[in-house]
Design a protein around this ligand. Structure first.
Ligand SMILES: Cc1cc2nc3c(=O)[nH]c(=O)nc-3n(C[C@H](O)[C@H](O)[C@H](O)COP(=O)(O)OP(=O)(O)OC[C@H]3O[C@@H](n4cnc5c(N)ncnc54)[C@H](O)[C@@H]3O)c2cc1C
Length: 504
């Protein structure tokens, strides 16, 4: 039986966590260069005369060299990788980025672009001693066209700040991630981030209309188009979307913001089996159609995690699977009628065992917290090996069970959750600590199975450093070869984010 009827409320600002304030329990990892088989490229070491140049351009306060300051820029949030960067540089303008990159290129100094450093694939921190070029101070909102909803801003704007800004004009950013309080829009674009709103608004390849970026040699590429339709020539800005800082440094972004919905509802459902999860999802697509805005799934161990580490409870007791369905529309009565009919149907068909639905903001936030704070919970569960996969719905949960059998009692737990609506599974294995041998054992199993199942080894987190060795396994050699040609064309000295994306 449904625990609460839908009642009507207007405000829906989801919780926002600044990840810098949350400590990942995992110990600081060993230096990447010690843990992985990777050889330093032929780049110059940082010299005093290089530092003098950066300081004369930006002033001493925007050039960090103190070891204590550097640590948080050298280690990723999940503490999977650790670089030995000796300098962090914080430009404010495109012109400064251009001068810095031109200098680095001329002096063969490798550079690691960094936004909010919330990356999950080990791409945002140096592998060796790359210079960290950070967008912390590039946080200016340049223009919002209220008629078209197109927002133009610098790359270092924090996603949540942008969302707050446009929400005053009844708009919202077309992407929403658990890391929104820390990640930068430039980092989002560079990773082609997906997240919780992709089902409804599509990917950044559709929503980002234009980009300004600086090439490795310092040339500014202005593709900062703000038109929804522009078919003049090659669509160059797409090259920077998802290229993880290897083709250019993104300095400005033009992004289309949809209008906020007047009516928002959330249902949280308990189910017995994964088969019922698929059937319920298909029924939701049929019954809720255009108002369906998010479909997320969690399994039992995922719920146990948030309960154990964050004291968040399921509002509907314990079940094998949980589905979170959100609807957004323009007519409250119409939308609630549709949602109620859908819920009645899936309960009568016994696809759903129990559930709750709400439009009340406190409850809405509490339910979303269970899903959004999961990464925070597993960061407190020992070392977590994480996989971000796309699989056909019929294979989606099969891999979780297979991996559970494969690792046996070598892990605390193997669990799966994710953006079911996009076929995006976050498959996780938590263990006491990191072991290279165990990582290889899981990696080879998971990636081989994903290839057999025609899935993707990176749905939304990118390839970064950690998955680069597997690119050849899943991409045709003609694609990898064209990627290399593009890299050579745009960054012939290979100074931009080396050892990332392309196999090293
Ligand atoms: C709790 C949590 C929840 C998350 N949820 C999601 C989710 O739902 N969906 C999702 O897709 N991801 C998610 N992520 C991953 C991460 O937040 C995204 O990949 C995000 O887009 C990274 O943005 P960032 O500013 O932190 O970039 P960083 O981590 O700093 O960098 C990411 C990559 O982009 C490059 N880069 C950064 N800025 C620039 C620039 N200006 N120009 C060129 N290259 C640049 C870096 O070199 C690196 O390769 C989550 C992470 C955490 C910790």
């Amino acid at each position: 039986m449904l625990k609460s009827a839908i009642n009507c409320v207007k405000l829906h600002s989801k919780i926002c966590v600044n990840l810098q304030s949350i400590r990942c329990l995992q110990l600081t990892p060993d230096y990447t260069q010690n843990s992985y088989k990777v050889t330093r490229g032929n780049y110059n070491l940082l010299k005093d005369r290089h530092v003098d140049f950066f300081q004369s351009l930006l002033g001493k306060e925007r050039v960090l060299m103190d070891e204590n300051d550097l640590e948080r820029y050298n280690v990723d949030w999940y503490k999977q990788v650790r670089g030995k960067g000796q300098i962090v540089i914080k430009p404010k303008t495109t012109d400064e980025v251009s001068k810095i990159l031109a200098f680095c290129n001329d002096n063969r100094l490798a550079v690691c672009p960094q936004g909010g450093n919330t990356c999950v694939s080990g791409a945002s921190v140096p592998v060796f001693d790359e210079i960290i070029l950070c967008t912390d101070l590039m946080n200016e909102i340049i223009h919002l066209d209220e008629n078209s909803g197109v927002l133009v801003c610098q790359a270092g704007c924090i996603l949540q700040n942008l969302n707050n800004y446009v929400s005053e004009k009844n708009l919202l950013l077309p992407l929403d991630l658990g890391s929104k309080g820390s990640c930068h829009i430039g980092g989002n674009v560079s990773t082609n981030a997906g997240g919780l709103r992709l089902l409804r608004y599509g990917s950044l390849h559709g929503n980002v209309l234009g980009i300004e970026a600086v090439k490795a040699d310092g040339e500014v590429i202005d593709c900062l188009n703000t038109l929804k339709k522009d078919n003049t020539g090659y669509h160059l800005h797409h090259l920077f979307i998802g290229s993880e800082g290897t083709l250019g440094f993104v300095t400005k972004v033009a992004i289309q913001c949809p209008t906020q919905s007047k009516a928002i509802s959330l249902a949280f459902l308990g189910l017995n089996s994964y088969e019922d999860v698929i059937k319920t999802f298909l029924q939701a697509k049929l019954e809720l159609g255009e108002i369906l805005s998010a479909v997320e799934v969690l399994d039992t161990p995922s719920m146990e995690l948030v309960n154990e580490h964050l004291k968040l409870n399921s509002p509907i007791g314990n079940h094998n699977f949980y589905l979170l369905l959100e609807t957004k529309g323009s007519n409250e009565e119409h939308d609630q009628d549709k949602l109620n009919k859908f819920l009645e149907l899936v309960l009568n068909k016994k696809l759903v065992v129990d559930g709750t639905a709400t439009t009340e903001p406190t409850k809405y936030n509490a339910i979303w917290s269970i899903r959004e704070r999961l990464p925070e919970a597993f960061a407190l569960d020992g070392y977590v090996y994480n996989y971000d996969l796309t699989l056909a719905l019929e294979d989606y949960y099969k891999l979780v069970s297979e991996l559970r059998d494969h690792v046996g009692d070598r892990s605390h737990r193997v669990f799966g959750f994710g953006h079911l609506g996009d076929g995006n599974l976050h498959l996780q294995v938590s263990a006491i600590d990191f072991s290279n041998e165990f990582k290889d054992y899981i990696d080879s199993f998971v990636y081989k199975r994903v290839k057999e199942l025609n899935g993707s080894i990176s749905a939304e987190h990118g390839v970064g450093f950690l998955k680069a060795p597997y690119l050849n396994l899943v991409k045709h050699k003609s694609s990898v070869s064209l990627m290399r040609s593009l890299k050579n064309l745009m960054d012939p000295n290979g100074i931009l984010n080396p050892y990332k994306v392309l196999p090293y």
